[in-house]
Design a protein around this ligand. Sequence first.
Ligand SMILES: Cc1ncc(COP(=O)(O)O)c(C=O)c1O
Length: 364
Amino acid sequence: MMTRKIVPQPGILDIDLYVGGKGHVDGMSNTVKLSSNENPHGACEKAKQAFRAVAGNMHIYPSSDHAELREAIAQVHGVDADRVICGNGSDEIIAFLCKAFAGVGDEVLFTEHGFSMYRICALGAGATPVEAAEKDRHTDVDALLAAVTDRTKLVFVANPNNPTGTMVAESEIARLAEGLPEGCLLVLDEAYAEYVAGFDGHLSLVEDRDNVFMTRTFSKIYGLGGLRIGWGYGPQEIIDVLYRLRGPFNVNAGALAAATAAVQEVEYTEKCRADNAKWRDWLVAELATAGIPCDPSVTNFILAQFGSEAEADAADACLNANGLIVRQVKGYKLPDCLRITIGKGADCKRVAAVLREFKESWQG
Ligand SMILES: Cc1ncc(COP(=O)(O)O)c(C=O)c1O
């Protein structure tokens, strides 16, 4: 029998597997997971109730048009429900965008320390991922514009960014949108927008322009990471294209019900935002006095900087030994840093105490 080599599409074998935040330490229970930027308070009560209510109807297919959720999003965020698309996490929206607008020979541009799904989804679509340098772990619009070619089809910018936690001014994002050539779409990944007081996720830019798209998630402040649900918003022509790729039942019934309840619980969201800001700023100040600097984070995580990769490794091991799981970010070209999700107040106090003691005894 003739053997035939079965080969995947171009780019697929260049994908490095996504490395998620660690969830446990071998041989240890009672650990605190601060490695995936989850909301330590979980989802609001109404979202939990809505999810439980779906249990009796699990044999029924979910809504295919997501109308109820899109309507709730529209009311809360003041957007047009017809231009909202829901996805199995915002990851799925990122994948739709790459598949729809970038292919072999095209380039997908993002920043040096940008979220790893941009590269994965670009390669998955057969396109070429291109990185632009950041300036002191901040998005550098000049570097992005300089990296644009006539093959650039998509530019992904998370503002605020993960894993740096930093954010650049809207005027810079507007300058980027203005400077892109025709046929190139700017995607603003707003997974952490809700953590910034009074910030609309650059919604006005999306509304004013025909080359800007926004992605949002329910995985972070809404505490629904386990259900996988996010959404995208942009020009009607872009949405119409993405809908052609969306599976009819891409979001499950439990996720839809919980997200519809969660987005309307504005007070709970605000409480989580304020609690996060309080403990984030406290932890940054504590670490600074312990000799561990962090960039000014506007998100629900901080990027703690150590003197070397060896020191960051040792700090990570020390946190683990004390039941605290944070995120190494070597894959993001930040080998001497650790990304630490802001947990509850007591978790932050434990992190501060462990790292202070570590720093005092470190002799690298
Ligand atoms: C910047 C950024 N974008 C997108 C996502 C993906 O979120 P989702 O859970 O909605 O797929 C994350 C998750 O960590 C993220 O940090």
